[in-house]
Design a binder for this molecule. Structure first.
Ligand code: G
Ligand code: G
Ligand code: MN
Ligand code: NA
Length: 252
């Protein structure tokens, strides 16, 4: 059977689940939140990557109910953490979700229904989504940001966009792509790019988060360069529950 046929009933059959990857303060490792990442196990029991099934879900239209489900699950997870008023959750959006003129309304409704502050939610979009969608999506993002939701540019540095868009788009956070972070400890050119992104964020008044941190050396280099926040296997892999040591902290 085709992928989109298998996907059709997957939500009803309970084949999706979310895993959560910790985001920490690099200075002391304190937990500040997590990124929610979607997982699908197909009817044969095989895990399928979101890079494969998300585009299929976009083509079939499943992305709308699936995106709503992901958001609801992520917010429910946040409510179950010891301090939902101090933690935040980051959720990835796909391009097709941004086409929906009711997106902002539906997202804010889910946040408010749970009594959460909008600033507890961060939405991740990619540079290419921001460039390709322009007018259609920016309105939704503007509404969401005006209500207090944080907007992050995922995989920053890997797109083909001009930097000019950073001045005009409603964004709060740059997430440094892990391809640069991975090579930082060994490669001066990767370090130079990371340093430039951190400076760019600071000069534009944006927050910056490094992803793909796999060792302590990389974490300390980032901290020295002025990047306060990070995410990566060094702190925790995406998992059903946060690492106990992290979940116990109460500082963010
Ligand atoms: O977790 P993993 O490395 O397998 O994720 C691969 C890609 O899938 C990443 O680019 C990630 O942003 C994307 N992804 C993960 N979860 C979601 C989701 O809930 N919605 C969307 N649109 N993309 C997701
Ligand atoms: O594109 P996005 O940033 O949403 O992708 C997140 C993906 O990155 C997840 O699938 C997650 O499994 C993966 N990831 C998270 N931390 C690390 C890391 O430290 N190293 C590597 N190689 N992948 C990571
Ligand atoms: Mn992401
Ligand atoms: Na990324």
């Amino acid at each position: 059977t085709e992928l989109h046929e298998q996907l059709a009933g997957a939500l009803e059959r309970g084949e999706f689940r979310l895993v959560f990857q910790p985001q920490v303060l690099l200075a002391d490792g304190a937990l500040i939140g997590a990124e929610a990442l979607l997982r699908w196990t197909d009817p044969m029991g095989r895990p399928v990557s979101p890079t494969v099934f998300v585009p299929a879900a976009e083509r079939s239209g499943l992305i709308r109910p699936l995106g709503d489900w992901v958001l609801g699950q992520a917010l429910d997870w946040l409510c179950r953490t010891p301090r939902p008023d101090r933690m935040r959750v980051a959720v990835n959006l796909s391009a097709r979700q941004l086409d929906d003129p009711q997106l902002a309304e539906r997202i804010l409704d889910q946040v408010q229904r749970r009594g959460l502050g909008a600033e507890r939610l961060e939405l991740e979009v990619t540079e290419s989504m921001l460039m390709e969608n322009r007018e259609a999506c920016i309105d939704s993002l503007r509404q969401l940001r005006a209500a207090g939701v944080r907007i992050a540019v995922d995989d920053f540095g890997t797109g083909y966009s001009s930097l000019n868009y950073l001045r005009f788009l409603p964004i709060d956070v740059l997430k440094i792509d892990r391809s640069f972070v991975k090579d930082m400890a060994d490669a001066e050119d990767a370090r130079a790019i990371v340093r430039s992104i951190i400076d760019l964020a600071r000069n534009l008044g944006l927050e910056v988060v490094a992803e793909g941190i796999e060792d302590a050396l990389t974490a300390s280099l980032l901290l020295e360069m002025g990047c306060p926040l990070g995410q990566g296997y060094h702190f925790g892999r995406p998992a059903d529950a946060l690492p106990a040591a992290l979940a116990a902290t109460d500082t963010a």
